[in-house]
Design a protein around this ligand. Sequence first.
Ligand code: AMP
Ligand code: GLY
Length: 425
Amino acid sequence: MNILIIGSGAREHAMAWAVLRNPKVSRIFVAPGNGGTALMGGKVSNVPVKATDVEALLDFASRESVDLTVVGPEQPLELGVVNRFREAGMRVVGPTSDAARLETSKVFAKDFMRRQDIPTAEYRVFRDHAEAKAYLESCPSFPQVIKASGLCAGKGVVVAMSREEALDAIHEFFENRVFGDAADEVVIEGFLQGQEASVFALTDGSRYRLFLPAQDHKRIGEGDTGKNTGGMGAYAPAPLVTPEVMQRVEELVIRPTLAGMAAEGYPYTGFLYVGLMIDAGEPSVVEFNARLGDPETQVVLPLLKSDFVDALLASVDGGLDRVPFEMHGGAGATVVMASKGYPDSSEIGMEIAIDPSVAAIDGVNVFHAGTKLEGSRLLTAGGRVLSVTACAGSLNEALGLAYRGIGGIRFDGAYFRRDIGAKAL
Ligand code: AMP
Ligand code: GLY
């Protein structure tokens, strides 16, 4: 069986690693992949096709007799990669472009949640600067959360602590057009109290299976300070999501979402990422994503004990409710090593040295993100560079192992948070 994974992050490296464990798999292609997937060798190879070049991806998949395609990031979903692969009779894991609007249009997602009575912050939608301004002028309380509706690589959200900050944000969105068309529509919503967690489901449109709940660390600085990033580390399971909370999430969010999307004519298939705020055991949806999270994938996949490929196939061909979907005991943690300057900019082209002792640490995996292989040299090629993951009997042990792994990796300007998982200990 040949598998194509679309994307180039540590999420896709972790997917390639998980897929490789199935002995029926003969070739794994990663388009475009990174230095880490290039170094896997053997059955795994990178394909020089961009994740957004849908027609070239389809050509490649047909030519190389790909049996199953897994979409990592959101941009190809928005571009309709799943629609195109399905029209061509190919097996693909992900939602259609209409269904992916749960992520690609925050206005769609909020209106959908209102229609389906799914708990989320109250909100208003604005298409005009003056109206948004008038609303903020009259808003009785802050913080308010200002969101560009379209895709902004995780940067289109401002938690405005004051009226002034909120007015600045809408000026940036509507006048300076910092996010271009993605901010033609803006959501202004109430601030949710509580703690965040992410829940991931794999679904065939009605049935679903759940991965372990995870917690991301979005801010660049220790103690959750400074700018938002793509994610600086994660751990799972998140103790905040007790079995009772998970049951509430299934009952109030996951089932109504799948039923509502099907009823409205856009059955939702693939991975559903539910970003939650949990306050006194009650979940509210902060956001939906139409894919697995990064860096959360780097912990939830190594914690999946059963076969990932069998579950993916069952989600496409049927039988998702019958396939094993078991988790390892213990816990997983991943710590992201980033380039100097991230998230504002990133210094790239630095040589990365990974001591051979790192690979020998039991339970540790180094998943690459912004890396590239140039001859035999491994170089930094992006903001988030590596995601060092460990699984062990307890979160404390997993964190110890992940940081031990980091101790054996060097590149100029390397930055990582030293407090990943500390909240859960
Ligand atoms: P999003 O891209 O919608 O997940 O927003 C990015 C981050 O902003 C989230 O992870 C939260 O930390 C924060 N955030 C978004 N919406 C809210 C809200 N309504 N209340 C509090 N924090 C929020
Ligand atoms: N970890 C956040 C995301 O993948 O969007």
